[in-house]
Design a protein around this ligand. Structure first.
Ligand code: AMP
Length: 153
């Protein structure tokens, strides 16, 4: 494993983010690397917005659902001590936008969760699988257990 300089953490706001976040934070500390965080909006309607649009975190949109998504990212990033310029809220398909953000921001390691799917769920694919296949940089898939703690540090 080389020395990582920029680690991108992908959070989906599930109860599992804490385990993934702690791993990313530990790696950032070990390698003295910059730590960025991304959440991809794929669960609320965003009319007239092209995929890949980066949503500013510091402007009130007047759209309650979007403000709730922003607040969650800000809260996680604050708790983890991620600097403001390294927080990304993007509209689109999660695996595509995670890979695109890693390339754009020159991240050399993506950290995300993996549920270890079986059977049909495995055939349908997962964000972790897609990112592993599509990313140009290293990817760490943190195996998630059902009983994870939700704390980020
Ligand atoms: P999944 O394959 O959907 O179970 O998600 C596995 C991991 O991919 C999650 O633990 C997150 O690290 C990441 N992920 C999934 N959806 C998103 C999203 N909308 N935004 C950012 N990361 C995500």
């Amino acid at each position: 494993m080389g020395d990582y300089q920029h680690i991108l953490l992908a959070v989906d706001y599930s109860g599992h983010d804490g385990a993934v976040a702690r791993k990313a934070k530990a790696l950032a500390r070990k390698y003295q690397a910059r730590l960025s965080i991304i959440h991809v909006l794929d669960n609320i309607p965003m009319p007239d917005m092209p995929y890949g649009a980066v949503i500013p975190l510091d402007q009130d949109s007047g759209y309650d659902l979007l403000e709730a998504e922003k607040s969650q990212l800000i809260q996680i990033a604050d708790e983890m001590g991620v600097e403001h310029a390294s927080r990304w809220l993007v509209w689109g398909v999660p695996h595509q936008e995670i890979v695109a953000a890693a390339e754009r921001e020159k991240a050399d390691l993506i950290v995300l969760g993996s549920h270890g799917r079986h059977g049909l769920a495995l055939l349908l694919g997962s964000t972790a699988n897609s990112v592993l296949h599509e990313a140009n940089c290293d990817v760490m898939a943190v195996r998630l257990q059902d009983s994870e703690s939700k704390h980020f540090i």
